[in-house]
Ligand binder design. Structure first.
Ligand code: GLU
Length: 280
C-alpha cells in the first residue's frame, strides 16, 4: 500500500524548529516510501489564525527545501463539510447543546474537590447540560442562545465498543477516548473543533500515516472514536519526539529565537536548519 503523510500547521505564528522537525519527519516518511506528502492549513479558529502567517508557512517550507503534492488544503474553505459531519452525529443523538459559559464551568469545578482532568490537561466537563430535555435544548438553540455542541462520550463509546490504533513499529495501542469526557465539537467562534476537522480531513485527503508530536498521542483516542462513528478508515500513526528548547521546555511559537525566519536572518542555510531539526 502506498503511503500518504501530511503536515498540518496552524497559521497562528511563524514556523519554528519544532515545526520543521514535524514537517521533515512526515516528508521523509512519504518520500522514503515513494508516497505522497500533503499540506494542510488548520486555520479553523479565526480568533488565533492570521493570513500573513499562512503565506509565511509556504515560504518557510519552500526555503527549507520541502516539496508537497497537490494543492494545500485550507480548512476554512471546507466549513460545509464539517457542518455536515456535525449534522450526522447530531441526527444519531450523539451531540447535545451546551449553554454553559467557560466561567460557569470553572465555578462549578472549583466547588468540587479534585475535579478530574483530560489527558490534554483540560478539566473534564461536569456534564451540566447533558441531561436537559432535548426539546428544551432545541428551543434554546432556535432562539439564538449561545451554545457549544458536545459529544455525549459515554453514549458514543458504548456505540462503538473497544478501540485501538496501529502505532508504526509498536503495534496496537488501546484507545481511551472516555478519559476526555464530553468534548466540544463546535462552538460559536470556532464552528468545528480540532478533533473534528483533523479526523475529517485525514479521511478526505486519504492520509494513511498520521505523523505528529507525541504530545498529541492521547488525542488519537478521540480521533479513532470519531473515525469509527463516521465510518472513516483508520490511518496508522507515528508519534515522534518533540524538540526541546534551551530551557528544557517544548518549543513554542513565542520562542522567537527558534523561528525558521529568525534562523534564516541569522545566516543559517536550509541544510544547517534541517540538521538542527533532526529527530529520527
Ligand atoms: N494543527 C495541529 C498543530 O499544529 C496539527 C496536529 C496534527 O497533526 O494532528 O499542532
Amino acid at each position: 500500500m502506498s503511503i500518504t503523510t501530511r503536515f498540518a500547521p496552524s497559521p497562528t505564528g511563524h514556523l519554528h524548529l519544532g515545526h520543521a522537525a514535524a514537517a521533515l519527519f512526515a516528508w521523509r516518511a512519504a518520500r522514503a516510501a515513494g508516497g505522497r506528502f500533503l499540506l494542510r492549513l488548520e486555520d479553523i479558529d479565526p480568533t488565533r489564525c492570521r493570513a500573513e502567517f499562512a503565506d509565511a508557512i509556504l515560504e518557510d517550507l519552500a526555503w527549507l527545501g520541502l516539496d508537497w503534492d497537490g494543492q494545500m488544503r485550507v480548512q476554512s474553505a471546507h466549513l460545509p463539510e464539517y457542518a455536515a459531519t456535525l449534522a450526522t452525529l447530531r441526527a444519531r443523538g450523539l451531540l447535545y447543546p451546551c449553554f454553559c459559559t467557560r466561567a460557569a464551568i470553572a465555578r462549578e469545578l472549583a466547588d468540587s474537590a479534585n475535579a478530574p482532568h483530560a489527558p490534554d490537561g483540560a478539566p473534564l466537563y461536569p456534564g451540566t447540560c447533558r441531561g436537559r430535555d432535548p426539546a428544551e435544548g432545541a428551543a434554546l438553540v432556535a432562539t439564538g442562545t449561545p451554545h457549544a455542541w458536545r459529544l455525549d462520550m459515554a453514549r458514543a463509546v458504548a456505540m462503538v465498543g473497544p478501540l485501538d490504533w496501529n502505532e508504526a513499529g509498536h503495534g496496537r495501542i488501546v484507545a481511551d477516548p472516555a478519559s476526555f469526557g464530553d468534548i466540544v465539537l463546535a462552538r460559536r467562534e470556532t464552528p468545528a473543533s480540532y478533533h473534528l476537522c483533523v479526523t475529517h480531513d485525514d479521511a478526505a485527503q486519504a492520509v494513511t500515516l498520521v505523523t505528529r508530536g507525541e504530545d498529541l498521542r492521547p488525542a488519537t483516542a478521540v480521533h479513532r472514536l470519531l473515525q469509527t462513528l463516521m465510518g472513516w478508515p483508520a490511518p496508522d500513526y507515528a508519534h515522534h519526539r518533540v524538540l526541546i528548547g534551551p530551557e528544557g521546555k517544548r518549543l513554542s511559537k513565542r520562542d522567537g529565537a527558534a523561528s525558521l525566519r529568525g534562523l534564516r536572518a541569522a545566516g543559517l542555510s536550509p541544510a544547517q536548519v534541517r540538521r538542527m531539526a533532526e529527530i529520527s
